[in-house]
Design a protein around this ligand. Structure first.
Ligand code: DGL
Length: 261
């Protein structure tokens, strides 16, 4: 019988974006086992109706729960904004969500505008509006919805002309020299961090991955759920709702890329 603390941590996203969170988790918590589920058959979530996102999020979380997990990380800002409360009510294990890393951005940005790139759903939901309200008196914050961007990345397009053109169009209405910080408020966008940075070399680009895993570690500790496995006993397994032959190589390529950074 496996001890609860040695069970895996479940993690899901609408697709491959959460692989960037998984990589951070593997680096920061080397003795933990992880089960990752990417709902690539239904990506992107960020432009779907709220009810649809809730339904898909519950289905993804149930898939992981049935495999046996001790905690769940919703490695998707969009699913968190819409479904986190339902997920917390549904399960007795800890459920950790994600939000655009506005708090660390406000701490590091001494001057200049803070841009928050995220999906249209994340930026219009109550959760983000409350976060914005908390910080908008302290800094000039611009919410920048990025329709279609997660979809592009989900196709494996993380660099090159298509991404470059998307970003040029996205940033063209803004005065780039007035921007000090860009928050990547969607886990897919972590894979284009370099591309965003190359558009504005003097800007700080932050994502929420480190903060989320730090929080996960605290929650595991509080609940006496830190693994006692040796690093070579832990397991990491990925699943997808889409065609595994098409998506698994992509997940694994992006995971190794992030682990190597
Ligand atoms: N990766 C997701 C997020 O963090 C959503 C991307 C999408 O499916 O639209 O918001």
């Amino acid at each position: 019988m496996i001890l609860p603390k040695n069970m895996a941590i479940g993690m899901f996203d609408s697709g491959l974006g959460g692989v960037s969170v998984l990589a951070e988790a593997i680096k920061m918590l080397p003795n933990e086992s992880f089960l990752y589920y990417g709902d690539s058959a239904h990506a992107p979530y960020g432009e779907k109706a709220t009810n649809e996102i809730k339904k898909l999020s519950i289905r993804a979380a149930d898939f992981l729960m049935k495999k046996g997990i001790k905690a769940l990380v919703v490695a998707c800002n969009t699913a968190t904004s819409v479904a986190i409360e339902d997920l917390r009510k549904r399960f007795s294990f800890p459920v950790i969500g994600m939000e655009p890393a506005l708090k660390p951005a406000v701490q590091i940005a001494t001057a200049g505008k803070i841009i928050v790139m995220a999906t249209p759903v994340t930026l219009r939901e109550e959760k983000f509006l409350r976060l914005l309200e908390k910080y908008q008196d302290q800094r000039d914050i611009i919410a920048l919805p990025c329709p279609g961007l997660a979809e592009l990345i989900e196709r494996g397009c993380c660099s090159g002309k298509e991404i470059e053109n998307y970003l040029i169009n996205l940033f063209s209405p803004l005065k780039r020299e007035s921007i000090s910080t860009v928050v990547l408020g969607c886990t897919h966008y972590s894979f284009i961090k370099k591309e965003v940075k190359s558009m504005m070399p003097s800007v700080q680009v932050v994502d929420g991955n480190f903060g989320t895993i730090k929080h996960l570690e605290e929650v595991l500790r509080e609940n006496n759920l830190i693994s006692s496995l040796a690093w070579d006993q832990r397991k990491i397994e990925c699943f997808t709702s889409a065609d595994p032959e098409q998506f698994m190589p992509l997940y694994h390529r992006l995971l190794s890329q992030k682990l190597g950074e």
